[in-house]
Design a protein around this ligand. Structure first.
Ligand SMILES: C[S@@+](CC[C@H](N)C(=O)[O-])C[C@H]1O[C@@H](n2cnc3c(N)ncnc32)[C@H](O)[C@@H]1O
Length: 240
């Protein structure tokens, strides 16, 4: 994929009222147009973090690795998860093409969530500002009511990225395998698998046969699950 800092990006509304970004040059969106938040919640929170939680009901902390910070939608939902589960999270995210803080202010502005009260939408803006305006390459705390959330934004191509140790949960949120070559293969999954805890979980919206095979090749047990609306399947992998 060729992409420059000046690439045109459009903010578009999705079917659940939440937003996503559209890259005309790649003809690709950051999330499902059938519902950006609905998709993120289904794949990464419900099939990912909630599943991990069921196996670790007493855990006080979890370490997440994300491929592709993008708009931070998964991170924002993960913050809510920390509050709901009174759990601390270390969230390490790799991103090659960071989005500007001004675009992110517009994206996460007051209209992002319809029918929510002002306090909730203010907190969404505050958290996203704190996340997108903070420096890269260091741990930053985003204050929450309950739980706790620290983020490390690593600006790198995933192929050269430094991988942290003791990962409990992986969110693999690259552009689709048909649109972007070279970010879904076993050579990338192997170091991630090696850095994961026993029992660690890997989730992705993709249900591609090639991705499934690559995950199995590096040692994961893989299952195909129901996908979010209008997407038949997704994948969940486990390091046993
Ligand atoms: C499907 S979008 C991710 C959406 C993101 N999780 C969100 O919630 O907005 C894919 C992301 O991967 C990033 N990306 C693309 N190629 C990359 C690469 N080679 N290394 C690291 N990040 C990359 C893109 O810039 C984009 O932010």
């Amino acid at each position: 994929m060729m992409r420059e800092e000046t690439t045109e990006i459009r903010v578009v509304e999705t079917d659940d009222g939440s937003r996503t970004l559209y890259l005309p040059g790649l003809d690709e969106t950051y999330h499902s147009t059938h519902g950006a938040v609905t998709e993120s919640r289904h794949v990464y929170i419900e099939k990912g973090l909630d599943f991990w939680r069921a196996a670790h009901p007493k855990a006080k902390a979890v370490t997440v690795f994300e491929m592709g910070l993008g708009t931070g939608t998964n991170a924002m939902l993960a913050m809510d998860w920390c509050v709901a589960n009174d759990c601390k999270m270390r969230y390490y995210s790799v991103e090659k093409f960071p989005l500007g803080p001004d675009l992110m202010k517009e994206y996460w502005g007051p209209k992002i969530l319809s029918e929510v009260d002002d306090l909730v939408s203010q907190d969404v803006s505050r958290r996203s500002d704190a996340m997108h305006s903070s420096p890269w390459e260091q741990w930053i705390e985003i204050p929450l009511g309950l739980g706790g959330f620290e983020i490390f934004k690593h600006k790198s191509d995933i192929r050269d990225a430094e991988i942290p140790d003791e990962i409990d949960m992986v969110f693999w949120d690259a552009f689709g395998p048909k649109k972007q070559d070279g970010v879904w293969g076993a050579e990338l999954f192997q170091p991630i698998f090696n850095a994961m805890q026993q029992g660690g979980i890997f989730v992705t919206y993709s249900a591609s046969g090639d991705v499934k095979r690559a995950l199995k090749e590096v040692g994961f047990g893989v299952e195909k699950l129901d996908g979010p609306p209008y997407k038949r399947h997704m994948l969940r992998a486990k390091k046993d």
